[in-house]
Design a protein around this ligand. Sequence first.
Ligand code: PLP
Length: 391
Amino acid sequence: MEERGETSREVCQELEARLANDLEFSSGRIIGSMCTLPHELGRKVYFRYLEKNLGDPGLLPATAQLEREVIEVMGTLLSNPKAVGNIVTGGTEANVIALDSVRNRESAAAGSTMHREIIAPASVHCSFDKAARLLGLELTKVPLTESFQVDIEAVEHAINADTLALVGVAGTTSLGIVDPIDKLSQLAVENDLRLHVDAAFGGFVLPFLRDLGHKPPEFDFKVPGVSTITIDPHKMGLAPIPAGGILFRDSDLQRPIEHRIPYLAGGETRQSTLVGTRSGGSVLAVWALLRHLGREGYRNIVQRCMTLTHKLADRIRQVDGVDLMVQPVTNILGIKSDVIQVRRIAQELRERGWAVSLFPRHIRIVVMPHISAEHIESFLNDLEVVVKKLG
Ligand code: PLP
């Protein structure tokens, strides 16, 4: 740190210059990310209420009330207006909280031996590895079927006396696939296990796909065995980062992770999030967007993303040398090749300025709201050139 500070103008100028090479969503070049340009209203509300700390809700009773309203609206979207929960830092925190609530339930049960195993699909996000490590749990990953859904027979086979909970994904990180949550629910109910659904991505896509006449698998609280759901406003909810969401079917499920915090300026409170200090601005931005966009607004956004996804999928099928991993269910699409290493295709695309996402067997494209038809066209042109060059 220098002894004398620079003027704010000088600092901002330097920042502009230093950040000139960072990619921005508006360029359309970020075509492999689950985040997007936050909605203008979300940005405005976030900046306006930047000082609010929901870690001390006694100071902010009105903001705390609006968070409850956000949870009610998101709960209603997921077929349970009575759901409780919080806006958190992201899907990772939400998944850690979900597994923590399960663990504490079992360890609190008087006289019960400590169950430690979580059974999840191989497609599960790496936040579950982090959660298992932090919480001292065993994460058992079971294989997928040819359609990239979790293999239900393998889950059934894996359940044992040490099993604590099952996880299903509604919108997998790699391909946007939805697991058969109803079948996982049956297994959870039969074996008295909790079922957590990671809909970090799909939560703001699948309900609107249903409105649009698509038939994605049921994944929300309508399915009886589902106890918790992760749903992230900072992905397809168009909210500014950070805004993840964790919903519990009812307050009994959330209670085991509540912490009493007696010393706060706003008076004693109970916290169920991992972090203490947390952004009230994020919560209010989500509240504003849910109000402003409404079901129709989100449905239109999803419709536009899906139209572009299908257009991209049709065109990729016509490019010799590459193919789709699977017909996309959501606005995520996987490009594979039997003749060229996908790593080499990804490298060439990156050299041409495309921020694609690379998985072991495919390149992932996420058609987020900042992607336009022109961006798709330009990407396809480059893809054709690259495949021809490497083929
Ligand atoms: N769950 C799924 C399915 C995801 O795809 C991701 C991130 O991509 C996460 C959880 C983690 O979310 P975050 O990066 O907001 O912590």
